[in-house]
Design a protein around this ligand. Structure first.
Ligand SMILES: Cc1ncc(COP(=O)(O)O)c(C=O)c1O
Length: 430
């Protein structure tokens, strides 16, 4: 990281005009993608990156080069992927809340779409009854109800989950009937959850789904063609290395052991990883604007440009999202030595806006550069408009012969771009 910070300082990219920014390690990302493909190399696998985790165009162009698909959480994301050149069949349109218009457009555009519930099935069925074009793969999201992990906010396989239809003893027959009545329903989708889910729970989810597919085979033979096993493998926020227990190869080995038929080639298989591919490639930087140390016996408070504006989960769920931090002086030198414990405040106008509390840093001073590690997923993509704080620039980097080369993914937002969100000056009668 030292060489990257050095380059940022050398290029004057962190200053009053841009007090915070993000960088993304493209070499690291490539390695993660390579390890995913190495573990699941079969051509019946489509690895669709969960683009909500980080949808910057320059990054998605890289994703495209890897031959990946794009898992999209909204119609807009699906159009974003299409405009960038993803082939429609590799665009996985997964929103849990779709309008009729969005679903019909998705069919016309040839996206692979996963439906969420019985109303969506009914509406698509009615549409297809009058539609004569080619019908893409359309699936149903089921909830395998295998339980929750350490973070309830991202655990989607409890009985009370809002996603998909729960596969339970008393709902099984009903779900089978949807497949019997709707021959165009040719795929099944699960996503057990995200960070904090034990690996065995993911495997269990796929096992439950696969058992259900076998049941469907006896009732509607040959109808199911695609199995979408979702994303969700954990990475680590507290360790600089990826966790050994969660390698893609370990996941594959466990799936192979429990569900060998998954690898027979009988079905097209889709994966939807996000965080585990992206997180450790990203780093966020902010200037420390000021340091408050007024109350005797209390921790100093660093005032910075990053808080809920980019890190809502970290602010509201600090118990499950603790990042690693480090600190550099304004001239790009890493600060080492005795550490003090501080709280890190963000720029937003509410008292709860702390990026983190009780963080140990070496002699933090105004103008220093605070480095937030492991921010490549679900941070830049969660940018919020409250207080109209301008989003910082985003830069990709690679090392060529050991030298860092920075490329701009996105310049810092302008005041005009930011204010466009607040509507027109003149209201109009409607
Ligand atoms: C349906 C779906 N697929 C894939 C993902 C990606 O999960 P992760 O980034 O943890 O791999 C999510 C994330 O919440 C999701 O909701």
């Amino acid at each position: 990281m030292k060489d990257v910070i050095g380059k940022i300082v050398e290029k004057n990219l962190i200053d009053d005009d841009q007090p915070s920014l993000d960088v993304f390690d493209l070499d690291y990302f490539d390695k993660r993608v390579e390890s995913l493909f190495k573990a699941f190399p079969e051509d019946f696998f489509t690895h669709a990156l969960s683009i909500k985790a980080n949808p910057f165009r320059c990054l998605l162009k890289q994703v495209l080069k890897h031959g990946m698909g794009a898992e999209c959480a909204s119609f807009q994301e699906a159009i974003h992927a299409k405009n960038l050149g993803f082939s429609p069949a590799k665009i996985v349109y997964d929103s849990p809340v779709k309008t009729r218009k969005e679903m019909f457009e998705a069919i016309k555009l040839g996206f692979y779409m996963n439906l969420d519930n019985e109303l969506e099935i009914q509406q698509v069925g009615e549409y297809l009854a009058t539609y004569s074009g080619p019908v893409p793969a359309i699936g149903l999201r089921i909830n395998p109800v295998v339980g929750a992990g350490a973070d309830l906010m991202v655990s989607t396989a409890t009985k009370q989950s809002k996603f998909g239809l729960p596969l339970l003893e008393d709902t099984r027959e009903k779900i089978i009937k949807y497949f019997e009545d709707n021959k165009w329903l040719t795929a099944l989708h699960i996503h057990v959850g995200s960070q904090g889910i034990p690996l065995d729970m993911f495997v269990k989810g796929v096992e439950v789904m696969h058992k259900f597919v076998s049941e469907l085979e006896s009732r509607v033979p040959g109808q199911v063609k695609t199995i979408d096993i979702g994303g969700g493998l954990s990475t680590s926020y507290t360790d600089s290395q990826e966790p050994k227990a969660f390698t893609y190869q370990t996941y594959r080995d466990k799936l192979q052991e429990k569900i060998p038929e998954l690898f027979s080639g009988k079905y097209e298989i889709v994966t939807e990883f996000g965080r585990s591919l992206l997180l450790k490639a990203g780093t966020s930087l902010t200037k420390i604007q000021s340091v408050k140390n007024w109350v005797l016996g209390q921790k100093p408070i660093l005032m910075t440009h990053l808080g809920t504006n980019q890190f809502p989960i970290e602010v509201y769920c600090p118990q499950v999202r603790k990042h690693r931090f480090s600190i550099y002086s304004a001239d790009g030198k890493k600060k080492e030595g005795e550490e003090i414990m501080v709280d890190i405040g963000g720029p937003l106008c509410f008292q709860g806006d702390y990026l983190a509390k009780e963080v140990e840093l070496s002699n933090p001073e105004p103008e220093d550069i605070l480095v937030v590690h492991d921010t490549g997923a679900y941070t830049m993509s969660m940018y919020c408009r409250y207080n109209s704080i301008l989003a910082g620039g985003v830069y990709g980097y690679r090392r060529q012969d050991g030298i860092v080369e920075l490329e701009c993914f996105k310049k810092r937002e302008t005041i005009e771009e930011c204010m466009a969100f607040w509507g027109q000056e003149q209201s109009q009668l409607v």
